[in-house]
Design a protein around this ligand. Structure first.
Ligand SMILES: *[C@@H]1O[C@H](CO)[C@@H](O)[C@H](O)[C@H]1NC(C)=O
Ligand SMILES: *[C@@H]1O[C@H](CO)[C@@H](O)[C@H](O)[C@H]1NC(C)=O
Ligand SMILES: *[C@@H]1O[C@H](CO)[C@@H](O)[C@H](O)[C@H]1NC(C)=O
Ligand SMILES: *[C@@H]1O[C@H](CO)[C@@H](O)[C@H](O)[C@H]1NC(C)=O
Ligand SMILES: *[C@@H]1O[C@H](CO)[C@@H](O)[C@H](O)[C@H]1NC(C)=O
Length: 664
């Protein structure tokens, strides 16, 4: 220690005596940076020993310079005259561009003065023995864009100031150190770090929930959070980072269902291995589906809304915890139920039909993931009294603020119709989590009925399809009818959002949810509707959603019911551009061929049975010009007037698809 201090003292003395107008970078380098990187170890580090004024500047190891008068171009050290110029060090215009000293046995620490180098762009000090914390001054560096400090023994937290580098940061590699704590939220700098391509925080001791904001770094090509102590769910937007080529989230304690989009991504199970056994979904093992759930094989999930964490546990553990919490929390939480608009505490708002429901019931429900969407997760949950409910947990950040949500929620909670799945209650958690509570119906979706080739599926003859279509039309007409102002638009009509019971009564789900979403998330619904073929041509942003765009989507749905084909652009596998398909068929006078063969069973005349009228109606709903589409009341009327004649075909609930060839 003493010897290095002495050395530093004598050097600077020499320096000051020889040069009068030296570069300030040079001063920092010799006075502060060199001794810090050297550390207490002796003898002097071989590479660092080249940094001395008696050596021509170009021979100082691991450094690149620029002259502030040369417009940022690197000093041409390859030219012999420059290389041997001994007076360069006296040039006050010289500035440091980079410090590259990987694997050079540095044993000190990272000095804060590195943040004061105005032109420094890259700092590569990987595979050394540097220790101590990352100085927060580094985040205030004016030019820093590439940082590699991997393979050292650095510790402490990642300073939040690092996100100040966001507008120019290209890569940040901190792999294999001893960093700890949560990754601080970049919210203050409010940036998507557009240039950031590599973020490697792997093999440290970082903890906390998945740093959500990282999923907003659109330019990321490589993300490594592996071998840390992160926990909780992996956010869905991560799966939509279009440039991501390498991903490693392995060996943490992530849990819950993986975002659906990972099913189609290039990342295999290796990217996710070694996490909590609760982490599931492709490419990992399947999560329980609601069909296998009834067998009781799969362990339930305890929905720990108190902490905002969904953890895997057996049903019985859920019960035990439920009992304990009931004892402690009851009094104060019960009082908050139906509590006004102040939004500060968890509260439950109940609607008609669930007046008995308490906050405690909901918090202690044991549940099973049924489905995931871009904005949330749907659970089937069992209440303590044995009743089953469907819980829709809206993802953090997907919703508007409480104040603008509550009027919408109240309106949705008042909507009651035979063809709507009723919203029974709404829970707003202390940390902003929002939970919509619906009746749980053990029904299949229309999508499953139409497109899943599952044995045991009921035959869908025209009488049944007509009943389903009429139900959807009535539910939608009710929403549009203006029992409420403003009227409710559904916003996401599709066969997956229609539940069909054993008597072919259909019920709409998901209605009005787009009005709870922040615009970005609501617009994702538009793109999903587009790729699945339900989007009206004029619908570009969700805020333009109207009863007319609902009618368009209903038209597509009706075509789907009539043709038995999946709608879509026609470009992807298994999807057809249904309106074009029908137009072509009509032009070629082959209308009868567009109908699903199953629908024609037992039909004597497609006209007398209302099939052709239904097709015409559907095409009218899909008119490209919104103003010529019929209203839903008109649609209901036409469907009622053009019924299939044989109504008996409705009622033989036991026949299934395997009997399709036996005449009804
Ligand atoms: C050496 O560098 C100094 C400072 O940049 C410059 O003024 C001088 O002309 C150079 N000498 C040679 C021989 O290039
Ligand atoms: C990491 O830091 C912790 C204290 O924060 C310390 O106990 C541990 O020994 C360090 N591990 C290594 C490998 O340096
Ligand atoms: C954050 O970014 C959004 C959109 O990029 C912008 O609308 C908002 O004003 C920004 N907020 C701050 C505090 O900079
Ligand atoms: C992810 O990182 C871990 C160590 O952190 C490593 O063992 C594993 O091979 C990596 N997996 C992938 C897919 O890169
Ligand atoms: C992982 O998380 C679960 C809760 O989700 C917790 O019970 C468990 O102790 C954690 N495991 C580790 C190794 O931290």
């Amino acid at each position: 220690m003493a010897s290095s201090a002495l050395l530093f003292f004598s050097l600077s003395l020499f320096f000051f005596s020889v040069f009068s107008s030296e570069s300030s970078d040079l001063l920092l380098l010799l006075e502060k940076i060199k001794p810090a990187l050297q550390g207490p170890s002796s003898p002097e580090n071989l590479q660092l020993s080249s940094w001395k004024v008696s050596t021509p500047l170009c021979l100082w190891r691991g450094l690149q310079w620029t002259s502030s008068t040369a417009g940022g171009a690197p000093l041409p050290c390859h030219e012999a005259a420059v290389r041997s110029n001994r007076s360069l060090a006296a040039d006050p215009s010289l500035q440091l561009l980079s410090i590259h000293l990987p694997a050079t046995a540095l044993a000190g620490s990272i000095p804060p003065e590195i943040g004061d180098l105005p032109f420094l762009q890259s700092l590569y000090l990987g595979v050394n023995s540097l220790s101590g914390a990352l100085p927060l001054e580094l985040g205030n560096s004016p030019s820093l864009s590439d940082v590699d400090l991997s393979g050292n023994s650095l510790s402490g937290a990642l300073p939040i100031s690092f996100w100040n580098l966001c507008d120019r940061l290209v890569s940040l590699r901190l792999h294999g150190n001893n960093f700890s704590g949560a990754v601080p939220d970049s919210a203050v700098s409010n940036s998507s770090c557009d240039r950031l391509q590599v973020l490697d925080l792997g093999a440290n001791r970082f903890d906390g929930e998945f740093p959500q904001f990282i999923a907003g770094f659109h330019g990321l090509k490589e993300l490594d959070l592996g071998s840390n102590r992160f926990f909780g769910q992996i956010p869905a937007p991560l799966a939509r980072l279009g440039n991501l080529e390498r991903l490693n989230l392995s060996y943490n304690n992530f849990t819950g269902p993986l975002p659906e989009a990972f099913e189609r991504s290039k990342f295999g199970a290796a990217a996710f291995q070694g996490n909590s056994p609760g982490l599931c979904g492709p490419p990992l093992k399947k999560c329980g589906s609601r069909f296998s759930l009834t067998s009781g094989v799969i362990a339930g999930l305890v929905i720990g809304l108190m902490t905002g964490v969904v953890v895997v546990a057996s049903v019985s553990i859920g019960w035990v915890q439920g009992r304990k919490r009931r004892k402690r929390g009851e009094e104060e939480e019960m009082e908050m139920e139906e509590d006004g608009n102040n939004g500060g505490e968890g509260k439950l708002m109940v609607f008609q039909g669930s007046e008995h429901l308490t906050l405690d019931d909901v918090l202690n429900a044991t549940g099973q993931v049924m489905e995931k969407t871009s904005y949330g997760t749907v659970y089937k949950a069992k209440l303590a009294d044995g009743a089953t409910i469907a819980l829709r947990l809206l993802r953090e950040g997907s919703c508007k603020d409480v104040a603008s949500c509550l009027p919408v929620i109240r309106q949705l909670g008042r909507a009651r119709h035979e063809n709507l799945v009723p919203l029974r209650a709404f829970y707003q958690g202390k940390r902003g989590e929002k939970l919509l509570i619906y009746d749980y119906l053990p029904d299949r979706t229309l999508h499953d009925l139409l497109h899943e080739n599952r044995d045991g599926r009921p035959v869908l003859n025209w009488a049944r399809r007509h009943k389903i279509a009429l139900g959807v039309a009535r539910g939608l007409a009710y929403l549009h009818a203006g029992h409420e102002t403003p009227t409710i638009t559904h916003g996401d009509i599709r066969s997956k959002n229609v539940l069909v019971d054993e008597f072919f009564v259909s019920r709409l789900t998901e209605y009005g949810l787009h009005r709870l979403m922040v615009p970005a998330v609501a617009d994702e619904m538009v793109s999903a509707a587009k790729s699945d073929g339900y989007k009206a041509p004029e619908l570009q942003k969700m805020k333009k959603c109207s009863s007319r765009t609902d009618v368009y989507a209903f038209g597509i749905l009706l075509l789907e019911i009539l043709t038995g084909k999946k709608p879509g652009s026609g470009r992807s596998e298994g999807q057809s551009d249904l309106p074009s398909l029908v137009k072509v068929a009509v032009l070629e006078e082959a209308t009868i061929e567009v109908f699903d063969v199953e629908i024609l069973k037992g039909i004597r005349s497609p006209t007398e049975d209302g099939l052709v009228q239904a097709l015409r109606l559907a095409m009218g709903c899909c008119a490209p010009v919104a103003s010529v589409r019929p209203g839903m009341n008109e649609v209901v009327k036409q469907l009622e007037e053009n019924r299939p004649r044989s109504r008996s075909a409705l009622y033989s609930p036991t026949d299934t698809r395997s009997e399709i060839d036996t005449p009804l």
